[in-house]
Design a protein around this ligand. Structure first.
Ligand code: ATP
Ligand code: MG
Length: 301
């Protein structure tokens, strides 16, 4: 990618990218922000998204052929923030063989019989692939922190489940992400930042539109009651786990088209840093290719 374009993308992403969380405050981030794009410019934003998606498809081809790096994209958000739609749009141009999406719902009893990272570690992307976590081990410092009864179900020895557990979990997550980064996994984490009002609007739409009824869950509507506790948990999570090797993007999510653009460009930017290229073949392989050509072009009877 040329330098000027790279610079424009980085400037665009700058307000959303948190790579050091100490000063992070959620209230400085407006869920309705569209960075100067108005709804009339929506078409332009969508065009940019299309170009981003095309670029990604190309980069992914090289990532796969090179078989060195893996890319892990983590998505966290309140319900109806648009995780599914964002994943679908941003990955729409990509060869399905090169991406793995894993959704983490309430843990099974087998999951609960292991450490909290276990089920996610099993789903990490192989080299050459993009792995997407639709929810993740971060639920362990979100829903589990908001509902401490869930912690009690985790079979931890009581002396290990005291007040310090959240700090310890942040620490462990940071350490594991650093380990993965050092082993060639590029990690990007997205918090789709939805406002409470917009969530209400989307829930009402799910009730009004018969095609969306299936998406509505009374439990989700109940979770809204814990909004403040969730926002405090998200803020603490980002403050404690944003690192250069595994940044958080706080993505304004009240406008779906804008959220998708931010996510796509963040992935484009990170993959561009990898300087991906198709592997060059050596003299041995070239000879082999030449022999194959002769075999194919020889007169076949
Ligand atoms: P959808 O868009 O289909 O609603 P979803 O990701 O919300 O997708 P659900 O089946 O509604 O999926 O439920 C996921 C639920 O599982 C969430 O409420 C989430 O908080 C919960 N969950 C995920 N991980 C954990 C965990 N480690 N401990 C407890 N609950 C968890
Ligand atoms: Mg749900």
């Amino acid at each position: 990618m040329d330098k000027a374009r790279k610079k424009r993308i980085q400037e665009f992403l700058e307000p959303y990218r948190i790579s050091q969380g100490k000063e992070f405050r959620l209230k400085d981030h407006d869920p309705a922000d569209t960075r100067g794009f108005t709804s009339e410019d929506k078409g332009e934003a969508k065009e940019l998204l299309t170009r981003g998606v095309e670029w990604l498809a190309e980069a992914q081809g090289k990532l796969y052929a090179q078989d060195r790096w893996s890319v892990l994209l983590v998505f966290q958000a309140m319900d109806a923030a648009g995780k599914d739609g964002t994943i679908k749009h941003v990955m729409s141009g990509i060869n399905p063989q090169g991406v793995q999406v894993s959704s983490f719902k309430a843990p099974s009893s087998e999951d609960l019989d292991h450490d909290f990272m276990w089920r996610c570690m099993k789903a990490l992307p192989e080299r050459g692939r993009i792995g997407i976590f639709n929810r993740s081990y971060y639920e362990e410092v979100l829903v589990v922190k908001v509902h401490e009864a869930l912690l009690a179900k985790q079979q931890l020895p009581p002396e290990l489940a005291g007040k310090k557990i959240w700090e310890q979990r942040y620490e462990d997550i940071v350490a594991i992400e650093r380990y993965l980064a050092r082993n060639g996994t590029v990690i990007l984490k997205f918090f789709l930042n939805l406002s409470r009002d917009e969530q209400k609007k989307r829930f009402l739409e799910r009730l009004d539109n018969p095609d969306k009824n299936w998406k509505f869950s009374t439990a989700d509507a109940k979770e809204r009651g814990h909004w403040k506790a969730y926002m405090a948990a998200y803020e603490a999570m980002i403050r404690n786990t944003a690192r250069k090797h595994a940044p958080w993007y706080v993505v304004p999510a009240d406008n779906k088209w804008f959220a998708r653009l931010v996510v796509a460009l963040a992935v484009v930017d990170a993959m561009d840093d990898l300087d991906l290229r198709y592997p060059k073949v050596g003299p041995e392989k070239k000879k082999e290719l030449e022999a194959a050509r002769q075999l194919l072009t020889a007169n076949e009877k």
